[in-house]
Design a protein around this ligand. Structure first.
Ligand code: IMP
Ligand code: MG
Length: 173
């Protein structure tokens, strides 16, 4: 798959302006600031890094690593937190940030887990909403781009750990 052809789907310039729009939207929604943004590793690291630099107000950042895939390639539906956040979410305004929502299993379950910890508010942001294989409803409060299907790489998204560093988002063909 690493040798597959790839075609630009979203150019880096268009990503940058969309991410800044989302940043402005978030800044307007939280005038008091002090948001806690939680990125899901590894895919969200590029989106989160760009997003926080488009915010006008102070914020805190943490990361979690979660897996619902076990050892296989098909989602087991079982949430495994392989690295949890270090900052407590109780009483905080939290935004959970991911690269792409596919089946929705991962984000849905970790969102519920965070909700159980008693944040003051909890919203979800994703760069890409990929709708064709959705199994669990995930309310996306902030979404960069929506697509139907396709395997995407670049801007944090990988195929076998490659392509995360590309500035644009590509579809593998
Ligand atoms: P799901 O929503 O639980 O099915 O899993 C979403 C996760 O699978 C994302 O956070 C990505 O890490 C990965 N993923 C899903 N679709 C793609 C894709 O098109 N390219 C790269 N990674 C993907
Ligand atoms: Mg991910």
């Amino acid at each position: 798959m690493k040798d597959a052809q790839k075609k630009v789907l979203f150019r880096s310039e268009d990503i940058a302006s969309r991410v800044c729009e989302l940043g402005r939207q978030i800044s307007a929604d939280y005038p008091e600031g002090n948001i806690l943004l939680i990125g899901i590793l590894k895919g969200a690291f590029v989106f989160l890094a760009d997003l926080v630099r488009c915010l006008d107000q102070p914020c805190q950042i943490d990361f979690a690593r979660i897996s619902s895939y076990g050892s296989g390639t098909v989602s087991s539906g079982e949430l495994k937190i392989t690295m949890d956040i270090g900052i407590p979410v109780a009483g905080r305004d939290v935004i959970l940030v991911d690269d792409i929502v596919d089946t929705g299993l991962t984000l849905n379950q970790y969102r519920d887990e965070l909700a159980r910890r008693g944040p003051r508010s909890l919203k979800v942001a994703a760069m890409i909403d990929k709708t064709a294989r959705r199994e669990r409803h995930v309310k996306l409060d902030y979404c960069g781009f929506r697509i139907d299907d396709g395997f995407l790489v670049g801007y944090g998204l990988d195929c076998d750990e490659c392509f995360r560093n590309l500035g644009s988002i590509y579809v593998l063909e």
